[in-house]
Design a protein around this ligand. Structure first.
Ligand code: AKG
Ligand code: FE2
Length: 378
């Protein structure tokens, strides 16, 4: 008799329908478009690096187009995410983030109150670790297991098609060996990288009014870089170099990217980790669910948080020759990527409430060993 094998098909997916864009004319951020189709054309990497340079120094945000990831592939991921969030809470809670350990992998349930209000968070998320041997034994939800054959290649594709290329462009900008950042964030090495499905649930206007319409207070991201597959519901705002809030505009098929804290550490602030927030969408979209697909890039677990020995950083006064020498040597006191990210996630997420300031007045700093960062969550 043949052995019994589980041949039941994976549960059917719900289908996510993309809502229309807003008809309001909002104050949009003028983000540089980085056309990755140019990356593999002879001689054009330098041109792209030049285009990206001002964006990373001033804005910390830019938009990638022509990533080579198809709309069908993205839609399937959105369907998987949407189906996940529509499951019963008990199912979603089978694998949860362990904030006591600063571990962001798993499901995050919205249960915290915003500031001193009685309004609860309105977003849920699921963070999926990489599909590499290091994370093989990491628990995954049944739905995620059932769609492994699609999620696994997608997870890797985002890294290969977009993240790797951006890291090469950063190295060119900083006149470092092309693989400098790739080696320190490689997909095949352990890191807290995750693919994220995230959904925001609309709130009645009276509730949003109690918290100043802020769905997520101004903050910088903890890791190296964040990729947000552009979606039509306007809500993300970035703080501009002149301290104003501007909206991020939907670019169909595009990916909104932002540099985050650890890339800023490695470049002594040359690459900017920009404050951003999420607010109640404009009137014609405020009733909509907002589904998001992200890739959060973290530094390699073993990557020391020391500045890159970049001639540009020295020339432009970000780094002294003394610091450059220190960075090159084995700095045994340097915190590594894993220690930093875990400590930061633990610090922020073991708080019971979310605060509502707008990110302009962060006075607190968070420290781990030799590093400190402005704490916008305090
Ligand atoms: O939902 C968004 O557009 C941005 C979310 C965000 O900033 C984050 O989760 O760090
Ligand atoms: Fe963020």
């Amino acid at each position: 008799m043949p052995a019994l094998v589980n041949t039941s098909p994976p549960p059917a997916l719900l289908s996510w329908t993309e809502p229309p864009v807003t008809s309001e004319s909002l104050d949009w951020a003028p983000l540089t478009i980085i056309d990755l189709a140019k990356f593999d054309q002879p001689g054009r990497k330098q041109e792209l690096a030049n285009e990206l340079k001002e964006a990373v120094k001033l804005w910390g945000f830019w938009t990638v187009i022509n990533s080579g990831i198809s709309q069908d592939q993205i839609s399937r991921q959105l369907d998987i995410g949407y189906t996940f969030f529509k499951q019963p809470l008990a199912e979603k809670k089978k694998v949860t983030c362990n904030f006591a350990e600063g571990n962001y992998f798993g499901y995050r349930e919205p249960y915290r109150l915003i500031g001193s209000s009685d309004v609860k968070e309105n977003m849920e998320m699921l963070n999926l670790p990489k599909y590499t041997p290091h994370y093989e034994s990491y628990p995954r939800h049944d739905l995620i297991q059932a769609y492994k054959d699609e999620i696994q290649p997608f997870h890797r594709l985002v890294w290969d098609n977009v993240i790797r290329k951006l890291f090469i462009l950063f190295a060119i900008i900083l006149e470092l060996p092309e693989e400098y950042f790739v080696e320190r964030h490689h997909y095949d090495k352990p890191s807290e990288d995750h693919l994220r499905y995230m959904i925001y649930h609309p709130r009645p206007a009276e509730e949003d009014a109690k918290i100043g319409g802020q769905w997520s207070a101004g903050h910088t991201d903890f890791g190296a870089m964040t990729l947000l597959f552009s979606q039509p519901v306007a809500a993300l705002q970035i703080r501009t170099p002149s301290n104003e809030w501007k909206w991020v505009k939907h670019v169909p098929g595009g990916i909104t990217c932002n540099a985050a804290d650890t890339l800023s550490f490695l470049t002594k602030g040359y690459i900017k980790s920009t404050v951003h927030r999420v607010v109640r969408p404009p009137a014609d979209q405020a009733h909509l669910e907002r589904l998001g697909l992200f890739y959060f890039v973290r530094p390699g677990d073993d990557t020391p948080m020391v500045p890159a020995p970049s001639p540009v950083l020295i020339r432009e006064g970000y780094l002294s020759e003394h610091e450059e020498k220190l960075g090159k040597e084995q700095d045994t006191d340097a915190v590594n990527g894993f220690e930093y990210v875990r400590a930061r996630v633990k610090n922020v997420h073991s708080r019971n409430t979310r605060h509502v300031h707008d990110g302009r007045g962060a006075k607190e700093v968070f420290r781990v060993k030799n590093l400190e960062v402005q704490d916008f969550y305090a």
